[in-house]
Write a protein that binds this ligand. Structure first.
Ligand SMILES: [Fe+2]
Ligand SMILES: [Fe+2]
Length: 284
């Protein structure tokens, strides 16, 4: 093992940089209802995720802010500020996408309200350490899902309607850039592997149940519940041999390793390629 492999976080974070980009997406009503491969299930799956982002990201920011003052490393302090900036912008832009889906008649508001209640419950009942551990876990789930669209199945981004492609590509890029920030804060100040792992088990159950319930609620508002072709394609997308679950499982399980660090999943070349393709940021 080289020195770089031992402490990849230091090298890679410097290489990646965490850039706060200001976007101003305009989601007009002429965007097709089913903007992901013209598929109701896949579109409403991403809509369900999008509906949870503003409240979820607010909670992620808060959980890191609780510890921000105790961090003395100037580089990590800079990364925390960039992490907060990126997440705040994601919320703003996903609010706009969520508004589009509300205008189309989907019950996005119900999901948002449920998320607000859940986030409040977590703040009332969990220690600040557990809230930070939860953010670390959520950031890992987000990072491996981003990796699905960046590395494992990059063709999927091309299946999005052009009007919504950039928000998802941008979010994939920035989730990858800041994937280790909450983790590094946790390692420096909490460093409890049992809490991190047990929280991942809990969050995985919550996340799968919440996403499935929200997607179903959104689908019920459409006339697609009996679209069997859609269900067949969807089950292949998630559970097929080349489906999302199987593709993400190895990286998901890596999280439970004692010496895990997010930058053990090297993605620098893919990140550069995605930035130049979707954000017009030249290779550097
Ligand atoms: Fe985000
Ligand atoms: Fe994030």
């Amino acid at each position: 093992m080289t020195a770089a492999a031992k402490r990849p976080e230091t090298l890679d974070v410097m290489d990646v940089g965490i850039k706060v980009r200001r976007m101003d997406f305009d989601f007009s009503d002429d965007i097709p209802d089913y903007w992901y491969d013209q598929d109701p299930l896949l579109t409403l799956f991403l809509t369900a995720l999008s509906a949870t982002f503003p409240e979820g990201e607010k909670q992620f920011i808060q959980s890191v802010r609780n510890f921000q003052d105790q961090i003395t490393d100037p580089e990590l302090r800079k990364q925390i500020r960039a992490f907060i900036g990126q997440e705040a912008h994601h919320s703003k832009e996903h609010d706009a996408l969520n508004d589009l889906m509300k205008r189309k008649g989907f019950p996005v508001l119900r999901i948002e309200k449920r998320m607000t209640r859940m986030a409040q419950w977590m703040r009332d009942n969990w220690s600040e350490e557990r809230q930070l551990a939860n953010t670390v876990c959520a950031e890992h789930i987000t990072a491996i899902m981003a990796d699905f669209f960046m590395t494992k199945s990059p063709q999927e981004l091309e299946k999005l309607a052009p009007q919504v492609r950039k928000i998802w590509a941008w979010h994939v890029i920035e989730e990858t850039e800041h994937k280790a920030v909450a983790f590094d804060v946790y390692q420096q100040l909490v460093n409890d592997p049992w809490l991190r792992r047990s929280q991942m088990v809990l969050l995985t159950v919550l996340f799968v149940a919440e996403t499935a319930a929200s997607t179903t609620q959104l689908l019920q508002a459409s006339d697609q519940m009996r679209n069997w072709k859609m269900w067949l394609k969807g089950s292949r997308y998630f559970l097929g041999r080349k489906g999302m679950v199987w593709k993400l499982l190895p990286e998901y399980l890596d999280f439970y390793k004692k010496d895990f660090h997010p930058w053990q999943h090297q993605r620098l070349a893919e990140l550069r390629a995605l930035k130049s393709r979707y954000l017009d940021e030249g290779e550097h």
